[in-house]
Design a protein around this ligand. Structure first.
Ligand code: F6R
Length: 614
């Protein structure tokens, strides 16, 4: 996720900005930049690369008399690939204003068109640049900066944390927040802003948090907070007691847990600009996924590794159930060395968080050579897989720092849900039911509550089982890939041997393992009807061999409550959303087991975040 630091006061501005940016490096980024006042003009210095590269550039340009206010930014690309031009800050046309932004402007496309028609010249491919031109446009209409800023915000849809400075009004920084965090640091005769607490810790521990739909005006001596209508808002300061390490993790003990808790937000960002509830519509056309591209597709291949492969397996159920197109899902390392039957009527979908996984990339190149249409689902903008694809649907999960994948997985599944519903609309003229779209929009808030509640239940259960040597995970249908994913999470972070199995396959082998100290995790959802009944029979088979059962099952299942040793109730939902609801407690279960075993959960032994070798 992008990082922001801002400063107004008497200190040397560049050291403050650079120190703030260094403290935000852990968030992951691809470019960095600063803006400050210099001899009556605004100077921007920015570069694709690390904060270190930015420092070198600043050093080589040797600004003469840099003064506050200043803003700094580390960018994690979402619109426009990583480059010097796309790095923040961004100017308006006359270089009177400069902006930094964290988030996604959902309606940037329409706004950009409108502003270009009014003569605004854009220098980047970012969504961010519309913000500064929009403010400029209101100033051109005669509004003063503050009113222009409020007016611009009212036109923006989406997520943003914004910092904006003006050459004409160096006495303040304008700040705004909607769905992306902003924290304001309070000093004596100086004030700060940041996207995250670590950037402020070297300077102050006294902070104010902005809420969604609020604007702050920072000057040296005061901070004023308003709502979007310009009404004053009172906010009491908070004293931060975290040290740097826990501040980076947002107060969580590990990045993995932070990222599990970030899943609702990742879902919210992935939905932005793609779902319109009023029109009951899902739209990927702006991202290049149009009817013509898909028209003659007769078969879909989904190719990926590890957790991303499990998202592909989920997609097979979604697509075949809804669209009646055959789907093959392959592990990339297998796909590239077999003879897949591919032609120009094949749609090849690569799924990759990093966009750099060697086997997935090789599979993509093979499919391309054989004439397939290439679509990818990636989390890293401008990654190799994204660049080599005809169409890319980005998961807006933000950077995953923990090696084990969590929020990338749920957003990959979400993209496949949206993809399926979108194709249903394109080819069957079926707009989705309003209830389902409403549930989709509400997912982030429902999941936020669910994650907290289920975490405390799972924690208790982990205490009972963390010493086991083996664990079997069973599921059927769309929960079968989730059994695989649950087992993968457990084995990779806790080093407990775990296997995921299709529940119906159990009696063809694994049943021989069942005994009193060999727990079986069973996933079953009432929403799946007969499949639920079948899974219940499999659970009976385990129980009759004295195998302990840890059930992750629909909350209203009296049968499983009686049968299982431990029961975690999962709320009822639509079939499509089951994988997301069921994977969260399994991620938390693996996490708690690993912590109790004293494992290095964020960096499990022998694993790399991005597997760029075969
Ligand atoms: C498991 C995990 C890995 C990755 C796999 C693919 O938690 O993180 O299994 O899912 O290495 O990586 P990407 O998605 O980057 O291609």
């Amino acid at each position: 996720m992008c990082g922001i630091i801002g400063y107004i006061g008497e200190r040397q501005v560049l050291p403050v900005l650079l120190e703030g940016l260094r403290r935000l490096e852990y968030r992951g980024y691809d470019s960095a930049g600063v803006v400050f006042l210099e001899d009556g003009k605004i100077n921007i210095i920015k570069v694709k690369g690390r904060v270190f590269d930015l420092e070198e550039k600043i050093f080589s340009e040797l600004p003469k008399n840099p003064k506050s206010p200043g803003l700094g930014h580390t960018r994690w690309a979402t619109h426009g690939e990583p480059s010097d031009e796309n790095a923040h800050p961004h100017f308006d046309c006359k270089e009177m204003l400069a902006v930094v932004h964290n988030g996604i402007i959902e309606n940037y496309y329409e706004l950009k068109k409108e502003l270009q028609e009014r003569g605004h010249k854009f220098n980047s491919a970012t969504d961010t640049e519309v913000i500064v031109h929009l403010v400029e446009d209101f100033i051109n209409q005669g509004l003063d900066l503050k009113i222009a800023f409020f007016s611009a915000l009212k036109r923006l849809k989406g997520a943003y944390a914004i910092g904006l400075i003006s050459k004409e009004n160096p006495e303040f920084i304008m700040v705004a927040r909607n769905l992306s965090p902003v924290v304001i640091g309070l000093g004596e005769g100086e004030n700060f802003l940041a996207s995250d607490i670590p950037a402020l810790l070297p300077f102050t521990k006294k902070v104010l948090f902005l809420n969604d739909g609020e604007v702050a005006i920072l000057s040296k001596d005061k901070v004023e907070i308003f709502d979007l209508e310009g009404n004053r808002v009172k906010r009491d300061p908070v004293i931060i007691t975290w040290d740097l390490a826990s501040a980076e993790k947002g107060g969580f003990p590990h990045f993995l847990l932070k990222e599990i808790y970030e899943q609702p937000e990742a879902i919210k960002h992935t939905l932005l600009g793609r779902v319109d509830l009023d029109k009951r519509d899902i739209d990927f056309s702006k991202e290049g996924l149009e009817k013509e591209f898909l028209e003659d597709v007769e078969k879909i291949f989904i190719v990926a590794c590890g957790t991303s492969y499990h998202a592909g397996l989920v997609a097979k159920y979604l697509i075949e159930n809804n669209l009646k197109i055959p789907v093959e899902v392959d592990l990339a390392s297998e796909f590239r060395y077999r003879s897949p039957l591919i032609n120009s009527k094949t749609l090849f979908i690569a799924v990759s968080q990093s966009g750099e996984t060697a086997d997935t990339l090789a599979g993509l190149r093979l499919a391309k050579k054989m004439g397939a249409k290439i679509l990818s689902i990636c989390n890293v903008l401008g990654s190799t897989i994204a660049r080599e694809s005809e169409v890319v649907l980005y998961t807006q999960a933000g950077p995953e720092i923990s090696v084990a994948s969590t929020k990338a997985f749920v957003t990959q599944v979400l993209i496949f849900i949206l993809f399926t519903l979108y194709l249903k609309k394109l080819f069957y003229k079926e707009n989705e039911k309003r209830e389902k779209l409403e549930a989709l929009i509400k997912l982030p808030s429902v999941l936020e509550k669910f994650t907290k509640e289920v975490h405390s239940e799972v924690k208790k259960i982990a205490k009972k089982w963390y010493n086991v040597g083996n664990c079997l995970y069973l599921g059927r249908n769309i929960l079968y890939p989730i059994a695989l994913e649950g087992a993968l999470k457990l084995k990779e972070i806790s080093y407990i041997h775990a296997e995921g199995y299709a529940a119906g396959e159990m009696k063809h082998g694994p049943i021989a393992l069942i005994e009193e100290d060999f727990p079986t995790v069973i996933l079953a959802a009432k929403e799946t009807g007969i499949i639920y009944e079948k899974t219940l029979s499999n659970a009976e088979e385990v129980k009759s061999r004295r195998g302990p059962i840890i059930a992750f099952v629909s909350e209203n299942s009296e049968e499983f409550k009686k049968l299982s040793d431990d029961f975690v109730g999962i709320p009822l939902t639509f079939y499509e959303f089951l994988p997301i609801f069921y994977v969260i407690p399994l991620q938390l279960f693996a996490y708690e087991m690993a912590v109790l075993r004293g494992c290095d959960v964020d960096k499990p032994r022998n694993l790399a975040k991005s597997v760029t070798v075969e």
